[in-house]
Design a protein around this ligand. Structure first.
Ligand SMILES: Cc1cc2nc3c(=O)[nH]c(=O)nc-3n(C[C@H](O)[C@H](O)[C@H](O)COP(=O)(O)OP(=O)(O)OC[C@H]3O[C@@H](n4cnc5c(N)ncnc54)[C@H](O)[C@@H]3O)c2cc1C
Length: 355
């Protein structure tokens, strides 16, 4: 394992920000991980996956570890379920395709999300009505400070909407090394309804009807999601982006009714997610699409220098791959301020900002 010094990570983050890290290492095994953490124990650690939800603003004055531990296999199975263990450095999209190929149900709506399996757990990813927590069984981590392995259950991790302990108190302290998923076996007897496959997204059903026949297979659903995402989201091949820059805000029902009068066709969704704001009565709050607020304010397709907003989706901040982290930060501060000034709604970043 090579340790690089003063290394640019421009090609390792999807905003393509050209920042440098004092030390950089790509670990492919647990032994490599343990060794490097021992050798560089006085350095500040940053754990990097695919860099698809991280905005780097400054150089990293420490050791950046890219977790590239690969491998997946079926651990055990019963009549209805299969338990698959996947090392955290696997690319999420490759893993989802593998489950679909093998007829294991539960992740097919989450195709095409960039990044790694470890990053997906940390971020608590979701798409088209499916959430990683629906299929998470166990998470293996390396506890850097105490130099020991821990096995965590999802309920230990404080998962909430696009959040988990891995983004907060365990940030850069626990390295996710392996994830065990519990997936449903696809079989003729096990009749998975369309609704279970495609959730409440009517647009997915419309997409399916354009090329597939009922009963829809996992492959059909994954293909429909892919078709929709290609139409609706920017691609990391053509621009710098981390997808949605902000979380969809949660507002009171009263606030929603007020906003509805100003913003035509504003949708609302139930507040979901484990442990979500426990103290609040979930029925009195709804989630609203931040993209709709930004669209109404004219942000979609607008640019300032090297940073802009996707033509396809007002929540996706994009760059020409030359922008600095600071440029993105400044631009997104203006977006936040305009939503605050016009609607008195505080947007919160979904993307991790590394200052
Ligand atoms: C075009 C596009 C579309 C997207 N669509 C979606 C979507 O539909 N749904 C969605 O939820 N997200 C979406 N995202 C966001 C992003 O892809 C996910 O959040 C992804 O899971 C991030 O994974 P990563 O490996 O790139 O994480 P990184 O950006 O590398 O890291 C994210 C956080 O996780 C931590 N981390 C990473 N790996 C580990 C590990 N092994 N152990 C401990 N901590 C770790 C990092 O320190 C950091 O805090 C999209 C992004 C893009 C660019």
């Amino acid at each position: 394992m090579e340790v690089k010094e003063n290394f640019s990570i421009k090609n390792l983050n999807t905003f393509c920000v050209d920042v440098k890290t004092k030390y950089f290492a790509q670990v492919e095994t647990i032994d490599e991980l343990k060794k490097i953490l021992k050798d560089y124990k006085d350095e500040k650690i940053f754990i990097l996956g695919g860099g698809s939800n991280t905005l780097f603003v400054n150089d990293w004055d420490g050791l950046m570890l890219r977790v590239d531990i690969k491998g997946k296999k079926v651990k055990k199975e019963d009549e209805k379920h299969v338990y698959v263990e996947c090392n955290s450095g696997e690319l999420w999209d490759d893993f989802v395709h593998w489950t679909v190929e093998n007829n294991y149900a539960g992740m097919e709506n989450m195709v095409m999300i960039p990044g790694t399996v470890g990053g997906g757990v940390a971020q608590n990813i979701a798409a088209y009505g499916q959430n990683i927590t629906d299929v998470l069984f166990e998470i293996e981590v390396w506890d850097i400070e105490n130099e020991k392995e821990r096995i965590l259950k999802p309920e230990d991790c404080n998962f909430a909407y696009r959040s988990s302990n891995f983004k907060h108190e365990w940030k850069n302290k626990y390295v996710i090394t392996k994830v065990i998923f519990k997936l449903k076996k696809e079989s003729k007897d096990l009749e998975l309804s369309y609704h279970e496959r495609a959730g409440r997204y009517g647009s997915l059903l419309e997409e399916l009807q354009t090329f597939a026949k009922e009963p829809y297979s996992l492959k059909d659903v994954a293909q429909a999601v892919k078709n929709q995402r290609e139409k609706r989201l920017p691609s990391v091949d053509t621009c710098g982006t981390c997808g949605s820059f902000f979380q969809n805000p949660v507002v009171s029902l009263e606030k929603f009714k007020e906003l509805e009068k100003k913003i035509p066709d504003l949708q609302s969704y139930p507040v979901e997610g484990l442990n979500y704001e426990k103290e609040k009565n979930q029925e009195e709050f709804v989630k609203i699409p931040a993209g709709r607020l930004l669209d109404e304010l004219g942000w979609k397709g607008s640019w300032d220098g090297n940073v802009g907003v996707s033509e396809k989706h007002a929540l996706c901040v994009v760059t020409d791959k030359k922008a600095k982290g600071e440029d993105v930060l400044e631009f997104t501060r203006k977006m936040k301020q305009s939503v605050k000034d016009n609607y008195e709604v505080e947007l919160v970043e979904e993307v991790n900002i590394v200052l």
